[in-house]
Each structure stands twice: as structure tokens, then as C-alpha cells.
Design a protein around this ligand. Structure first.
Ligand SMILES: Nc1ncnc2c1ncn2[C@@H]1O[C@H](COP(=O)(O)OP(=O)(O)OP(=O)(O)O)[C@@H](O)[C@H]1O
Length: 255
């Protein structure tokens, strides 16, 4: 469904994405990982042109997103849901209004927008909080509203840009549970940028590892994290082993 070819983006002297090629199949759950600054966010932000790359091709089905005019691009953006690290909710609107807003502005009638917003909020377990404003919600709840806002478009492709990165650790789980549920039902193709290793291990069909603007390795979690072929892959394998060992030792000590 998505084919990224020779994608390149430079910010001043920094090459953020360096001739990257990536192909995603319909319904696939792809987790994009790699060290901080390796170009993950820049890559997924170019897909709906939140960032304009310097060159490359991004084919959504057969149409090149990068050469589209404004009308065609706005239609494509409705097919792509985007969940941000910072939830970007509007402070003076309540939960329901935040989810309805984009739909109504995109020309959907208020009745249909309400119906779709309610459905999306139910999927993320936020149907009890329709009248609260963002300030009255926890970070995890705000992010679930952010997810519902993306789901309300019934997108074919969901892009997740570190959706748990700005959450308190104890709130991370509730967002990951929602994400896992969505992945399990395969309502859409998903590309997830995250540092959450357990999520990646459990949910990804394919792990894509990046370093310095390039893809250095890709494959199933059982391939990439068990028999890594790259330096970055080996570091993740060591990290997983370290986390497993230290958890086991701590548990043994506390019993
Ligand atoms: N708007 C910008 N202006 C200047 N440099 C930028 C800009 N956006 C990103 N960069 C730089 O481009 C490189 C890639 O950034 P990017 O945010 O894509 O990395 P990332 O892998 O998502 O990192 P992280 O995991 O820390 O979010 C980094 O060196 C970053 O500092």
C-alpha cells in the first residue's frame, strides 16, 4: 500500500533521512526503531507531508504523495491517521468536540461526525469522558482522545510518532493496551515509531531499524532481536537480555 523510494531530507548540514527505501503491505504492523536522532520521526512525517523532503517518492497505492496538489493531498490526509507525541488537543474544547472538530471542518455533517467520534472514543475506552476538557484528563486519557481523533477518520494507514514518549511511566501502559488492541483487530495498516521494546516484540509484524538516516536492518522481531545482522540490532538484543536478567534477579532477590 505504501512504497517509499530514495527519500532524502537534510536540515542545514544534518542529513536526517538518507536515501531511504521502505515498502509496507496492506494491514502490516511495522515498528520503526533506532537511536535518538536517526531520522524516524522525519521519515513518518514526510508520509503525509508534515515535513517536505528534499527528494524521493512516496507512493500511496499508485499515487505519489510528494507531487500532489493541495486538493489531492487533503483527500490523502483523510486516509492517514496521525498520532503525535504531544497530543495537540484544543484546550477549550471537550473530548467529544476535539474528536469531532476535524471531521466537521472536513465537511462531514455534525450528526455523522458525532456518531463517528462516539464510536472512536468507545474504541479507546473514553466514552465516559465526553464533556471533560483536556485539562481535566490525565496524560494517558488525553492521548487516548488523540488516538480517537485519528481513528474517527477510519484511516487505512495509522502513523504513530512516539505516542507514549511524553507520558508518565505509569500512564504508558493504558495507551499501549489501546494500541495493541487496534493492532490485533488490524483495522488499519500501522507504522509505529516507538522506543517501547516489549510492545515492539509483541505486536510488530516487522521491525525496521534505522541508524543515521538509513535502514540498517529489517525483519520479524524473532529475527532482528534474536539473530541481529546490524550493530544497532545487536545493541537491542543486549538491551533485551539485560532487561530480562535484571528483572529476574530483582524478583529473585525480593522473594
Ligand atoms: N526541524 C528541524 N530542524 C533542524 N534539525 C532537525 C529538525 N527536525 C529534525 N532535525 C534533526 O534531524 C535528525 C533526525 O531527527 P528525527 O526527529 O527524525 O530523529 P528521531 O529518530 O525521530 O529521534 P528521536 O527518537 O529522538 O525522536 C536529528 O539530528 C534532528 O536533530
Amino acid at each position: 500500500m505504501l512504497e517509499i523510494q530514495n527519500l532524502y531530507k537534510q536540515f542545514g548540514s544534518i542529513i536526517a533521512v538518507n536515501d531511504l527505501n521502505l515498502s509496507i503491505r496492506v494491514g502490516e504492523i511495522v515498528v520503526l526503531m533506532g537511536p535518538s536522532g536517526c531520522g524516524k520521526s522525519t521519515t513518518i512525517r514526510t508520509i503525509n507531508r508534515l515535513i517536505e523532503p528534499d527528494r524521493g517518492t512516496i507512493l500511496l497505492d499508485t499515487a505519489n504523495v510528494l507531487t500532489m496538489g493541495p486538493d489531492e493531498l487533503s483527500k490523502v490526509r483523510k486516509r492517514i491517521g496521525f498520532v503525535f507525541q504531544h497530543f495537540n488537543l484544543i484546550g477549550r474544547l471537550n473530548t467529544l468536540e476535539n474528536v469531532m472538530l476535524g471531521l466537521v471542518m472536513g465537511g462531514v455533517s455534525r450528526d455523522i461526525a458525532r456518531e463517528r467520534a462516539l464510536e472512536a472514543l468507545t474504541k479507546v475506552g473514553m466514552e465516559q469522558y465526553l464533556t471533560q476538557t483536556p485539562a481535566q484528563l490525565s496524560g494517558g486519557q488525553q492521548q487516548r482522545v488523540g488516538i480517537a481523533r485519528a481513528l474517527a477518520y477510519e484511516p487505512e494507514l495509522m502513523l504513530w510518532d512516539e505516542p507514549t514518549a511524553s507520558l508518565d511511566p505509569i500512564l504508558v501502559r493504558e495507551v499501549l493496551v489501546v494500541m495493541e488492541e487496534l493492532a490485533r483487530y488490524r483495522a488499519s495498516t500501522m507504522i509505529v515509531v516507538t522506543h517501547e521494546l516489549p510492545f515492539a516484540l509483541r505486536v510488530a509484524d516487522r521491525i525496521v531499524l534505522m541508524d543515521k538516516g538509513r535502514i540498517v536492518e529489517e525483519g520479524k522481531p524473532s529475527e532482528v532481536f534474536v539473530q541481529p545482522a546490524s550493530e544497532i540490532g545487536r545493541k537491542y538484543k543486549e538491551l533485551i537480555e539485560y532487561q530480562m536478567n535484571t528483572s529476574a534477579q530483582s524478583l529473585a532477590r525480593s522473594t
